[in-house]
Design a protein around this ligand. Structure first.
Ligand SMILES: *[C@@H]1O[C@H](CO)[C@@H](O)[C@H](O)[C@H]1NC(C)=O
Ligand SMILES: *[C@@H]1O[C@H](CO)[C@@H](O)[C@H](O)[C@H]1NC(C)=O
Ligand SMILES: [Zn+2]
Length: 567
């Protein structure tokens, strides 16, 4: 009797331990976690073992191997195996593929005291397993220099895990304010750390064109630079956020060369993050027009915009514009291997089109009764050119106005209605409603914001043509985000809502510290909202894990918002 009692209580302690946020601070929360007592400890003799000749699995080891090398001073060898190693193979991290796992990104992770096994349906799944290890290691693993005196252990456990949605994105606007290459790579690594899957790269805008296009050099010679207004440039401050981006003629700006882009994409690929580039069409195009005025309706002159809003100088529907856009997409295609390209499509005033002879001729030739139809024509032309390049078009939900192009994917930002409508008609949709996903909005109302100077200001919602904007988008609100409502019964809708995304517009976020403050810790909330099924979501438990994860944020030098952390 006594023995039985002892057994039962031990078992219940272990079950309770499955919820131990401090021992297993994994974000997003895994689908299943079975705890066990004991640890696996990394040492100079620890090796990775991968199937012979599997380059993808080798790549999957890269990120964790780098952390162990840099922070723990442990240079793990990667050895290969022909047949799966036995349980007696000691002090190894074994990677393998497992066909019985259903989800493309699914993985299992078994941490024993002398062996770790991470199996995935794909290398991407294996990579997630190693990211889980990264979060289970002491937070100093994120250090940029070796840290002495740490035991590099992870707690024993068994994890079975897979994401709820395949599309888990973050968009970064590098146009309103520029984030240089190293900063972009840093966010990509942080996305991988939170098991996100997409980096949506907002590269072209009224206020700056940020990617070198060889056939059109003026795009970056002229279009990447603007007068210093609005760039928070301070003559007397050496650390001024804008100082390093002041170029020719004392202007604010910057851009990525194609070599930079290749480096960013390679860095992302090593972390299984897809870089999804955007080319804004037909609106938000003033920087391109400043470089090539013949692409606008009035012929200009235009100048790169220095303030924020929606501007009426948009691409003209003349032949030359379509040639230009196809040429740019062609150069994108040589740089971005991802499956979907974003064409923007939002916030395009039509007033110039009404007055323009070229646009009126286009409407007549193509039988387009309204400028909404002309906008839809722009979308269809991009979709068909992208199809030739083997890419799918994705755009903000305005691409539905005037009829949605075949196969186009809708990114629903004006609420979720557009995305749901698109899904009903068999189009894939990504949900990114302003109510939950606009990380340029503050995390708290000014009353409870003790850190407002870090916040980077408040975006005036009036420019967005929306009425019901929340004053703040707090951590818990983001946590409750459901791209597809759990009460949605329509199977077609459920199937076509492929995920969600947070958007980081940078009108009021001039520097990395401001962006950090707006992104963190909300990205943690978002990652769990997009990964973890409803039954496993529990806000209080999330907050407990977050209190551990912020120790890694501290080591990473992330300027996160502390206001809503559990005390
Ligand atoms: C585009 O080019 C074709 C062929 O040269 C021409 O027939 C057509 O009128 C042009 N369309 C516009 C809108 O300029
Ligand atoms: C703001 O700061 C005050 C004074 O330090 C403190 O009492 C209060 O709890 C803080 N509010 C929040 C929301 O952190
Ligand atoms: Zn025109």
């Amino acid at each position: 009797m006594i023995l039985t009692f002892a057994f039962v209580s031990l078992f219940s302690i272990l079950s309770a331990d499955s919820e131990s946020a401090t021992r297993y601070p994994i974000i997003p929360r895994p689908v299943q976690l079975e705890p066990a007592e004991g640890e696996f400890t990394f040492s100079t003799e620890t090796r990775f073992l991968i199937p012979k000749g599997n380059a993808d699995l080798k790549r999957a080891t890269g990120s964790l191997a780098e952390r162990l090398r840099v922070a723990a001073n442990l240079d793990l060898k990667v050895d290969e195996y022909d047949t799966f190693p036995t349980e007696d193979t000691k002090n190894v991290v074994i990677l393998g593929l497992d066909d019985t796992i259903e989800n493309k990104e699914g993985y299992s992770l078994l941490i024993k005291d002398n062996q770790i096994v991470s199996k995935g349906k794909t290398a991407h799944g294996c990579f997630h397993g190693l990211t889980t290890i990264r979060q289970l290691l002491p937070p100093q693993i994120e250090s940029k220099a070796p840290v002495a005196g740490i035991t590099w252990s992870v707690p024993r456990c068994k994890v079975v895990d897979y994401p709820l949605y395949s599309y888990r994105g973050m968009m970064l606007d590098v146009c309103r304010h520029f984030t240089p290459k190293e900063g972009v790579k840093r966010y990509i690594d942080l996305l991988a750390y939170h098991k996100m899957s997409i980096f949506h790269f907002h590269l072209t805008e009224d206020q700056g064109w940020r990617i070198e296009i060889k056939k059109y050099p003026k795009l970056t010679e002229i279009g990447a630079w603007r007068s210093r207004a609005n760039s928070l440039y301070n003559e007397n401050d050496d650390n001024s956020v804008a100082r390093q981006f002041i170029g020719l003629n004392d202007q604010y700006g910057g851009f990525f060369t194609q070599e930079d882009i290749k480096e960013i994409v390679a860095y992302a690929t090593d972390r299984f993050i897809v870089v999804q580039p955007e080319l804004e069409i037909p609106g938000h195009a003033t920087a391109a027009l400043a470089a090539y005025p013949q692409l606008g309706c009035t012929g200009g002159p235009y100048r790169v915009i220095t303030d924020w809003g929606i501007f009426s100088d948009v691409f003209c529907a003349k032949n030359e514009t379509f040639q230009f856009l196809e040429d740019v997409w062609d150069e994108y295609a040589a740089l971005f291997p991802g499956p979907m390209y974003h064409m923007g499509g939002d916030e395009c005033p039509h007033e110039n089109w009404h007055r323009c002879e070229h646009c009126k001729l286009r409407m007549k030739e193509e039988g387009l009764p309204t400028t909404d139809n002309l906008q839809a024509y722009f979308v269809r032309r991009q979709a068909s050119h992208l199809a030739k390049l083997g890419k799918r078009l994705i755009g903000w939900d305005e691409i539905m106005d005037g009829g949605l192009a075949d196969g186009a994917v809708v990114m629903s930002w004006r609420g979720t209605h557009g995305g749901t409508q698109a899904a009903k008609t068999g189009h894939d949709a990504v949900m990114t409603p302003m109510s939950h996903c606009y990380f340029d909005f503050p995390q708290a109302t000014s009353n409870d914001d003790n850190e407002s100077s870090e916040r980077g200001g408040f975006v005036n919602p009036n420019g967005r043509g929306m009425n019901s904007i929340p004053n703040s988008i707090n951590l818990q609100l983001v946590y409750g985000f459901e791209p597809c409502s759990s009460s949605e019964k329509d199977e077609n809708v459920r199937k076509h809502i492929i995920g969600g995304q947070c958007n980081v517009w940078t009108e009021h976020l001039p520097a990395q510290s401001n962006i950090d403050y707006n992104v963190f810790p909300r990205l943690a909330s978002m990652s769990e909202a997009l990964w973890t099924n409803k039954e496993r979501k529990e806000y209080s438990h999330f907050q407990d894990r977050l209190n551990e994860i912020i120790k890694a944020y501290d080591v990473l030098g992330i300027n996160y918002c502390k206001m809503q952390l559990k005390k």
